[in-house]
Design a protein around this ligand. Sequence first.
Ligand code: ADP
Ligand code: MG
Length: 232
Amino acid sequence: MRTLAVIALKGGSGKTTVAAHLALAAHLRGVAAMLVDVDPQASAHHILSARVGDGPDCLTSPGTKIMAAQFAAVGLKKDLLVIDTPAGVVEDVTEAIVLCDLAVMVVRPTLIDIAGLARTLAIVRRLGKPATVVVSQAPVAREGVEPPLVQRALKGLAYLEAPTAPVILRARTIYQTALETGRSAEEMSDRAAAREVAALWDYVAAAVALPQADAWPADPQADPAAAAPPPP
Ligand SMILES: Nc1ncnc2c1ncn2[C@@H]1O[C@H](COP(=O)(O)OP(=O)(O)O)[C@@H](O)[C@H]1O
Ligand SMILES: [Mg+2]
């Protein structure tokens, strides 16, 4: 089993959105996934409880019991455990990093958020864990050109020598509306968001060497939009 810790000491950076989408992406590809929600607000738990039909297992846990949740996931023969962590609680974040195979740091593309990331990055480096930084809630690139906000953010990340993921999640309402019913943006009609999530999944799954899972959707004919090439 592989474990991902989705972390950021700053609130509202997009951790729960990323954690839920990674757990759902795994589930949709036939990878047995469990999400453990360490945040007392239990947003990820509420999101996955709203899902109709089957989905990734989800349990809530205090930060001190993440290891018990990890043992439970192994006992249930899960392939993937995703830990969604609260903002600002260094102990919980540290515990999650110690137990993970990959720390997924989520950051909005503002200099204030990136300055806040430096602290999270320092903890990850001290613990010597593989890590990736996912920029989230970024304005959309126009004709392949990143908006100045994103360009500056990427420069800030380069300055910090942050291991930045090659996939940027854009600010899209579909990420909010899909999760209201426990669904992934991959299950909705906005193909741009679906492509972002699929690319993030591919990158993260490869980074933790998850065994090859089924391609999703299994039958592209079932969703012709999914099979269409990206717009020029
Ligand atoms: N890529 C995105 N596009 C649009 N809204 C987003 C995106 N990611 C997160 N949000 C919204 O931003 C807010 C904070 O996101 P959330 O995932 O709960 O952050 P965190 O768990 O880090 O506090 C939520 O209202 C969420 O719906
Ligand atoms: Mg959250």
